[in-house]
Design a protein around this ligand. Structure first.
Ligand SMILES: NC(=O)c1ccc[n+]([C@@H]2O[C@H](COP(=O)([O-])OP(=O)(O)OC[C@H]3O[C@@H](n4cnc5c(N)ncnc54)[C@H](O)[C@@H]3O)[C@@H](O)[C@H]2O)c1
Ligand SMILES: O=C(O)C[C@H](O)C(=O)O
Ligand SMILES: [Mg+2]
Length: 570
C-alpha cells in the first residue's frame, strides 16, 4: 500500500495517479467489477474487467458463497485474507455483515492456526516487518510503507513470543497484529490509518528454526540490552514519524510486556492489550456478575488461575474497582487468591514476579491447609476460600474440573466462572459442562467464542470475555480525544460502558454484550473514554458533542468515489 500514490480529497473521494492494472492491484482502490463505466474509462480499466457492473451488495453475496464453499476454517481464513489483500472495502463489508460467523475465522481462535502455518501458507506481505538484525532499517521500513505522519492513528505491534496461549511463533505473529486491526476496523476504525507491525527478534521454537521454509529471522530470541534498544528504537521512530499515533502492544511474553508498559505508559499514548484490555473486559464481566449475583463487588472472593500477563492484569483492574467501591488497597488485594504453576502464590515464595507480589497471600494464613506436594493446588484453594469468581488465564485446557466446579457451586448462589484462555482447546472449561455441573447457576464468560447452551429449557448465551470488546472502543476514544496518555480511568470508563450495555435480568442472559454488536459497543465505549480523557486532562481535543464526534470518526465499508488525477495535490 503506497499512500503517496492516492490521497483522500476533502470531500471524501479518493484521488489517484495510478491507472490500469496498478489500480486493480491496490486493495484500497480496487472495487473489482463494481467499478462503474466512468471510473473504468478514467482509470484506464477498459478491457481489464468483465463487462458487467455489480453492486457491492451483489459482490457481498458472491463473496459469502465463496467463503461458505471453503473446506475448513483455515481455508476460510485464507479466503478472507486474500479478499482483504485484494479489495479492502469488500472484505470489511462482508465481515461486518457476517461478524458472528467470520470474527472467529479472522481472529480468535482460527488466527492462531494461521499464525502456526504462516511460513507455509505465506502468499503476500501485509504490514511492516522490522528485524532486530537491522535496527537502522526501522525508519526506512516505515518510509517504504509510505504513510504520511498525520495519516496514521494506530499501530499494533507484537514480537510474536506469546501468541494467545500457543507461545512463540516468531514472524507469524504479524497475523495477530493484522487480526487485531481487522477487529478495530469492524468496530469503526479507518483501516487506512493503521499499521500492523512484527518486531522480529528471532524465535526459540526449534520447529521454526529448523524449518527450511520459515521466513522469519533464523536465530534464537535476542534478549537484554539489544532487545530493549530495538524496542526503544521502534518507539522513538514511530513517535517521530507519526506523532499522534496510539501504540498497541500485543502478545509479548510476561516480562517484556510489563517492562515495555512500565517504560512507556507515562510518556506516550500506549497500552498493552493483554494486561489492560483484558483487565478492562474482565472487569466489565465482573460488574455484570455483581448485578446478577446481587453480591457487592467488595464482598467477592476471586481466584485467578494462571497469574501471568492477563491474570494479574485482571486482578489489578478488579482490585482497583473494589477500591473505588470503598475498600482500601490492601483490603482489596486480600480479595484475591492467585494460583500459578507453584500453586497458591504466597509471600514467602522465591521467584515471584514483581507484579505478582502484591497479590501473594501471607504464608501464615495457610499453615493448616492441606498440601499434596510442595504447593497448594487450585482444588484446595477452592475448598478453603469458597470463591465467588474463578478466572482462568493459565493456558491449561480443562483445568476447571467437575470436582472443582461442583465444590465451588456448593457454597455460592451464582458461581462466576471465566475460563479465558485461548484458543478454544485451551479453555479451562467448556460452558456446557459448567452449566450442567452447576445446574444452570454458573455465570459464565469465555475467552474464545462458544455457542449457546440449552439446559432444562433455558438457553444460556455465553458471553465472550475477550479484549476485542474493549480495545476498539478504547482506540476510537483515544483517537477522537487525541489523548496524550492512556490513563487508568480511561480503562475503568471502558469497563463501565461495556457493563452498562448488558441486561442480566433475563434467565440465561450473557454477562457481556454480543460480539455482533461490536460497533455499537465500541461507540459507547469510545464516548466514555473521551469523557474520561477530558476529565483527566490528557485530551488534546475536547469535542463539544462527543457522541457526534465519535460517530464522525467511524469508518464505514462503502466504496469511495475514485478520481483519476495526474498529480497528487498535497
Ligand atoms: N480472553 C482474553 O481476552 C484474553 C486476553 C489475554 C490472554 N488470554 C489468554 O490467557 C492465557 C494466558 O495468557 P497470558 O498472556 O497471561 O500468558 P502468561 O504466560 O503470561 O500467563 C499464563 C500463566 O499461567 C501459568 N500456568 C501455566 N501452567 C499452569 C498450571 N499448570 N497451573 C497454574 N498456572 C499455570 C503460567 O506460569 C503463567 O504465569 C492465554 O491462553 C491467552 O490466550 C485471554
Ligand atoms: O487475542 C485474543 O483473542 C485475546 C487475547 O489478546 C489473547 O492473547 O488471547
Ligand atoms: Mg493477546
Amino acid at each position: 500500500m503506497d499512500l503517496n500514490k492516492y490521497i483522500f480529497s476533502e470531500n471524501g473521494k479518493l484521488q489517484t495517479v495510478l491507472r490500469g492494472r496498478d489500480v486493480l492491484a491496490n486493495p484500497v482502490l480496487n472495487k473489482g467489477v463494481a467499478f462503474n463505466k466512468t471510473e473504468r474509462e478514467e482509470l484506464g480499466l477498459k478491457g481489464l474487467l468483465p463487462p458487467a457492473v455489480l453492486t457491492i451488495e451483489q459482490q457481498v453475496k458472491r463473496a459469502y458463497k465463496q467463503f461458505c464453499s471453503q473446506q475448513d476454517d483455515l481455508g476460510k481464513n485464507v479466503y478472507l485474507t486474500s479478499l482483504q489483500d485484494r479489495n479492502e472495502v469488500l472484505f470489511y463489508r462482508v465481515l461486518s455483515e457476517h461478524l458472528e460467523e467470520m470474527l472467529p475465522i479472522i481472529y480468535t481462535p482460527v488466527v492462531g492456526t494461521a499464525i502456526q502455518k504462516y511460513s507455509h501458507g505465506y502468499r503476500r506481505p501485509h504490514g511492516v516487518y522490522l528485524s532486530i538484525d537491522e535496527p537502522d532499517g526501522i525508519e526506512d521500513a516505515f518510509q517504504n510503507f509510505g504513510a504520511k505522519g498525520e495519516n496514521i492513528d494506530l499501530i499494533v505491534a507484537t514480537d510474536g513470543e506469546a501468541i494467545l496461549g500457543i507461545g512463540d511463533w516468531g514472524v507469524g505473529g504479524i497475523n495477530i497484529s493484522i487480526g487485531k486491526l481487522s477487529v478495530y476496523t469492524a468496530a469503526g476504525i479507518n483501516p487506512r490509518r493503521v499499521i500492523p507491525v512484527i518486531l522480529d527478534v528471532g524465535t526459540n521454537q526449534e520447529r521454526l528454526l529448523n524449518d527450511p521454509l520459515y521466513i522469519g529471522n533464523k536465530h534464537s530470541r535476542v534478549r537484554g540490552k539489544r532487545y530493549d534498544e530495538f524496542i526503544d528504537r521502534y518507539v522513538q521512530t514511530v513517535t517521530k514519524l507519526y506523532p499522534k499515533t496510539l501504540l498497541h502492544w500485543e502478545d509479548f511474553a510476561t516480562g517484556n510486556a510489563r517492562q515495555i508498559l512500565n517504560t512507556y505508559r507515562k510518556k506516550i499514548c500506549t497500552f498493552n492489550d493483554d494486561i489492560q484490555g483484558t483487565g478492562a473486559v474482565s472487569l466489565a464481566a465482573v460488574l455484570a456478575v455483581v448485578k446478577a449475583s446481587k453480591v457487592p463487588l467488595r464482598e467477592h472472593r476471586v481466584i485467578v488461575f494462571g497469574a501471568g500477563t492477563a491474570g494479574v492484569g485482571i486482578a489489578e483492574q478488579v482490585r482497583d474497582a473494589m477500591v473505588r467501591d470503598g475498600l482500601l488497597k490492601d483490603e482489596a488485594n486480600r480479595k484475591f487468591w492467585c494460583v500459578d504453576r507453584q500453586g497458591l502464590l504466597l509471600d514467602n515464595m522465591e521467584g515471584l514476579r514483581d507484579f505478582q507480589k502484591e497479590f501473594a497471600r501471607p504464608a501464615a494464613e495457610v499453615n493448616n491447609w492441606k498440601r499434596y506436594g510442595d504447593g497448594i493446588a487450585l482444588d484446595q484453594v477452592v475448598r478453603q476460600i469458597h470463591p465467588t469468581i474463578l478466572i482462568g488465564t493459565s493456558t491449561v485446557g480443562g483445568a476447571f474440573t467437575e470436582d472443582i466446579v461442583k465444590e465451588m457451586a456448593e457454597h455460592v448462589e451464582r458461581p462466576a466462572i471465566l475460563p479465558l484462555s485461548n484458543p478454544t482447546r485451551l479453555s479451562e472449561a467448556n460452558p456446557e459442562d459448567l452449566i450442567r455441573w452447576t445446574d444452570g447457576k454458573a455465570l459464565i464468560a469465555t475467552g474464545s467464542p462458544f455457542g449457546p447452551v440449552t439446559y432444562n429449557n433455558t438457553t444460556y448465551v455465553i458471553g465472550q470475555s475477550n479484549n476485542a470488546l474493549i480495545f476498539p472502543g478504547l482506540g476510537l476514544g483515544t483517537i477522537v480525544s487525541q489523548a496524550r496518555l492512556m490513563t487508568d480511568s480511561m480503562f475503568a470508563a471502558a469497563s463501565e460502558a461495556v457493563a452498562s450495555m448488558v441486561n442480566i435480568t433475563e434467565s440465561g442472559a450473557s454477562v457481556l454484550p454480543k460480539v455482533e454488536d461490536l460497533r455499537v459497543v465500541s461507540a459507547a465505549v469510545a464516548v466514555r473514554v473521551v469523557e474520561a480523557a477530558i476529565d483527566e486532562g490528557v485530551a488534546e481535543r475536547e469535542p463539544k458533542d462527543i457522541i457526534q464526534a465519535v460517530q464522525d470518526a467511524m469508518w464505514h465499508p462503502v466504496y469511495p468515489q475514485i478520481e483519476a488525477v495526474t498529480k497528487a495535490k498535497r
